[in-house]
Design a protein around this ligand. Sequence first.
Ligand code: ZN
Length: 59
Amino acid sequence: VATYEYKCELGHSILIERSMTQEETETTCTAPDCNGGLQRVYTAPVVTFKGTGFYSKGG
Ligand SMILES: [Zn+2]
């Protein structure tokens, strides 16, 4: 079982546990009185910066 993070269109953060073999189904927010559509949050791998000097200068 893996935990997936979803973000409700109203801003709620929802964690859903689902078997990795289970197909992704349409989900709605579980917050009371919400029922908003959920958007899967693809969390980026945690990056650890060692030292300084690797900041993007933006653009
Ligand atoms: Zn919601």
